[in-house]
Design a protein around this ligand. Sequence first.
Ligand code: SAH
Length: 239
Amino acid sequence: MWRAVALTLFPEMFPGPLGESLAGKALKEGVWSLEAVDIRRFAKDRHGTVDDAPFGGGAGMVMKPDVLSAAIETVAEPGMPKVLLSPRGAPFSQARGRELAQGPGVVLVCGRFEGVDERVIEAQALEEISVGDFVLSGGEIAAMAVMDCCVRLLPGVMGEPASASEESFEDGLLEYPHYTRPASWTGADGIERRVPEVLVSGHHGKVAEWRIRQRQEITRRRRPDLWARRQAVKVNDEK
Ligand code: SAH
């Protein structure tokens, strides 16, 4: 069973959205397990102190290394990746999600306040992961995003295994546009929009070709960074 452990000051936030839909069903079926462990349990004093003022001054509080370290040591099994959610971290990716999903699970340390004492990151060799170039008030929502990405990649969680391989980022491209019934639809702007003809043609080869072209076009226009990386990979492959 794939094991997710969140170390948090707000364990009641979990499973939250992960208790619903695909992830929730897989959780109930025992495809994965989720433990939300309260960091405060590991406080060393009777007040349950988990944070303190920063050395050198400045705004906010810093999570104490001794408390956090005790929490990590208690929950982490050998061989389990230990992640700290952090805006300074490496950008999270589908590729990293797939690797984590293939392993035994993950320990996700959710920061609060200004963040955590640098020494615990070093001593526990925490892998810092960011979910984007913006600042959240805590690591919990970021941890849920990482868990959700991993869980839907676990065997048996998604309905059709094929749907994963065609998704955005799997091969460095964004997804093609989707359409469903009705074939002709007039929106609030009064314009009638028809489904692209090729999709109702019944010609599978042409549909596949159209979709790959759409994926390339959309990626090139919206994410020149992904497109450039993909072109570079291709050139290398051809060498
Ligand atoms: N002072 C920090 C921000 C602290 S936000 C800075 O300037 O970088 C509090 C906590 O929220 C962080 O410790 C981290 O665990 C989480 N967090 C905030 N933004 C995040 C992001 N983009 N990705 C992952 N975690 C984030």
